[in-house]
Design a protein around this ligand. Sequence first.
Ligand SMILES: Nc1nc2c(c(=O)[nH]1)N[C@H]1C(S)=C(S)[C@@H](COP(=O)(O)O)O[C@H]1N2
Ligand SMILES: [Mo]
Length: 329
Amino acid sequence: MFIRKKKPWHIPEREAAPEQVYLGRRRFLRDICYLSLAGGALLAVFPSDAFALFEKSGNKDAILVPRTPTSHLYPAPRNGSYALDRPLTGELVSGTYNNFYEFTSDKDVWKHVGRMEVRPWTIEITGLVEKPRTYDIDQLARMVRLEERLYRLRCVETWAIAVPWTGFPMRELVGLARPLSSARYIRMTTFMNPAWAPGQRPGAGQPWPWPYTEGLAMEEAVNELTFLATGIYGHELPRQHGAPIRLVVPWKYGFKSIKSIVRFEFTDRRPATFWNSIAPEVYGFESNIDPDAPHPWSQKMETMLGTGEVRPTLLYNGYGELVSGIYKK
Ligand SMILES: Nc1nc2c(c(=O)[nH]1)N[C@H]1C(S)=C(S)[C@@H](COP(=O)(O)O)O[C@H]1N2
Ligand SMILES: [Mo]
């Protein structure tokens, strides 16, 4: 993410179908064959075309949905309050172009997550709370009311998606924790497991500050938009999207939406976060989406994955009505 490559997410406009069109397996094999024949040359000269070809071919194996003790909770009823201004991104598109640096710094995360085990999975609630406790993920999923919401997600790299998440508002988790009045921030942490995650092994590229951490101010955490997702597209999260539970804060750049969370720590200090410690001038703690804020590369436009549609980026990603009040003080 730090070093920008050529725009590999740019997918030609001609692929206009908003909903995923699944082509047959034979077609996929043929395309893959072309891909490996044309191989490196094609990728080197026409990275975007090669990528579009791969996605169109529809590798269903890319989307592995874990079966768990709470699979029957999906699909959850949709909360219609969160309408989209654009078509949904196809499942194979958003599930084959991901950021998850624990596994790889390339976008084909789905090929690298096979060792990750999503059960058993516990979530620790700790720090400045009345009710510190460790929850089993399935216990927690039964305690809350799961719902589906359509949200946009905008990566600071300038690609964007629009997807149906399943989960529950983070304020429900805050309610379970009962923060003390001294708690001002929540620090979230992703798993640390080099046996699953090659990116966390010693000598894997940059000396990154694992585990991945992120943080929100308490007022942000209890905003109605702030969502903890356990599912997407009407089923549980595939690993590449951050199974079994990840944050979704759609008015902030995508890196704030931390994946595969194991701990929520309530604290009185603004926590250090993964990308902010690596490059504070590029990845601010707040990182609200703002097309006009000074940034090393322009944030004015965004490209929808799958269709390649280029759209102007909106302040707070278009969610200002719900969140701008937090910042006007
Ligand atoms: N633990 C962890 N969470 C993470 C990341 C990561 O590398 N590790 N990448 C972030 C970035 S940069 C983005 S844009 C979103 C992408 O979410 P998606 O792959 O589900 O679309 O996840 C965010 N959450
Ligand atoms: Mo991102």
